[in-house]
Design a protein around this ligand. Structure first.
Ligand code: DUC
Ligand code: ZN
Ligand code: ZN
Length: 468
């Protein structure tokens, strides 16, 4: 059994920060001991490998609970495969993703899940699990939900947006929530009023408002807040927990805060794009704004402070990426002259841990909160803790050696995602991943990729660990 010692770093988890040496045995964390204490010296003497982490942080690998590798959308596919996307994730210090398998209308859940297994099998550099997108709630698929929960697919995304594609009406949503209340499945909601949005899209296009910035205008913040409110009340009626994905509008945060103050099991996620980008990006000239088209959309800058505050006060609990990359050339360009044809989604799986470290440097969040919102809470929310999301005896040795002082400039020229632009091009960041272990195996070693497609294992999940 291989023994690795990570020596001299500051171990940061959601719970504490301690100068400790970490012993990894057989792919798991075996023990922590005070740096250079007698036991730690003993491990070092007998280790197969000692990783020097002096001056570095030793943090749990990131858990990105919201990615869309190879997602079919708007007549094209998200440009990262499971191979390229999980490799890029590792470069950015993420060691687990939870991607979304998609049920097509008229098909069983099983068919969608099998398709996503086939896409990911033997391709991934890091471990992965699946949520299931429910596009067609009916008697059969409700029964299938029970089976999937038993198998470790314990969360189901529903859409109040995208009529005719992923959309579910309130009755279907209520039924899925009632089933989730019974079987322990967590309902994840894309909360935007898609019926109203489609009216506004039609009106905008008819009036000649075709540029990317109108994507942000028609997807009104109040239509996110209204849908968030409705989802919360439907979940309350069903007696089910609710996880609202990609929250971007301050009015939607307000609805979640209210629900949590009422004691409801309502949770919220936001994404780096809503914390660092804004409608100013959507308004960039020469169709450059298309690079920033995603849904929910980017909001005016003023919303950012509300999102940061909600992350500090735990009104929002998770930062995931909603990684859904489309190349500018040939993909985003499908929407030249009609913003509604721009495939929705931004790349980011490689950038999340660094951007959130920058938020630590900038004083938005503490170091431990960084690890909490990016590692520990997503692991708990989606039934992966304590195997993932922390550094503790028995946990998988998914560990990142992070240099908090390194300077980097984000660029498509140097990133590893399979997409021809960066949403954060030119942004200066303090902090950088140096080495990444996945179950004790190096994936990134001193800024060199040493991983392999197929190392990453499918990871069935338990149910949400936050329910009260
Ligand atoms: N939002 C996006 O931006 N892309 C894919 C699906 C979604 O809900
Ligand atoms: Zn969504
Ligand atoms: Zn998504």
């Amino acid at each position: 059994m291989s023994r690795i010692v990570i020596r001299g770093g500051l171990v940061v988890t959601a719970a504490e920060e301690v100068h400790a040496d970490v012993l990894v045995e057989g792919g798991r964390v075996a023990a922590l001991a005070s740096h250079d204490s007698d036991p730690a010296r003993g491990w070092t003497a007998s280790a197969d490998r000692v990783i020097d982490a002096i001056g570095k942080y030793v943090i749990p690998g990131g858990v990105d609970a919201h990615t869309h590798m190879e997602l079919p959308f708007g007549g094209t596919f998200a440009s990262d495969t499971f191979e390229t996307g999980t490799r890029a994730a590792a470069w950015g210090g993420t060691t687990t993703i939870v991607d979304f398998a998609v049920q097509s209308v008229g098909e069983p859940l099983r068919a969608g899940l099998d398709t996503w297994h086939a896409k990911a099998d033997a391709q991934c550099a890091i471990d992965y699990g699946f949520h299931m997108i429910l596009s067609d709630v009916n008697e059969d698929t409700l029964k299938e939900m029970d089976i999937l929960v038993e198998e470790g697919v314990t969360s189901f995304k529903l859409f109040m947006a995208y009529p005719g594609v992923f959309y579910s009406d309130d009755g279907r949503i209520l039924r899925a929530m009632q089933r989730g209340a019974d079987n322990g499945g967590l309902i994840m909601m894309h909360a935007e009023n898609g019926i109203a949005i489609d009216v506004l899209v039609e009106q905008a296009l008819a009036a000649g408002r075709t540029d990317p910035r109108y994507h942000g205008e028609v997807r009104h913040a109040l239509l996110e807040a209204e849908a968030t409110h409705r989802a919360i009340r439907l979940a309350q009626v069903a007696g089910s927990p609710l996880y609202v994905v990609h929250v971007s509008a301050q009015q939607a945060v307000g609805q979640i805060t209210l629900a949590r103050d009422e004691g409801l099991n309502v949770f919220g996620e936001t994404c780096p794009q809503y914390l660092f980008l804004s409608t100013d990006n959507l308004a960039e000239p020469d169709f450059e704004g298309a690079k920033y088209v995603c849904s929910t959309p980017l909001r005016p800058k003023e919303h950012q402070a509300v999102l940061w505050r909600a992350l500090r006060t735990n009104d929002l609990q998770v930062v995931s990426t909603d990684h859904c990359p489309f190349c500018f050339v040939g993909q985003k360009e499908l929407g030249r002259g009609d913003f509604s044809k721009i495939p929705n989604g931004l790349p980011g799986v490689e950038n999340r841990m660094d951007l959130l470290h920058q938020a630590v440097v900038d004083g938005h969040i503490s170091r431990r909160r960084w690890i909490e919102i990016a590692c520990a809470t997503p692991a708990r929310m989606f039934g992966l803790y304590p195997r993932k999301g922390t550094i503790a005896p028995g946990a998988d040795a998914d560990i990142v050696i992070y240099d908090p002082d390194a300077e980097q400039v984000v660029s498509a020229a140097t990133h590893h995602m399979n997409v021809d632009y960066s949403a954060y091009e030119g942004k200066r960041i303090t902090g950088r991943v140096e080495t990444v272990l996945s179950r004790g195996e190096p994936v990134i070693d001193g800024r060199e990729y040493v991983g392999r497609a197929g190392h990453g294992q499918y990871t069935p999940r338990g149910t949400c660990q936050y329910l009260v």
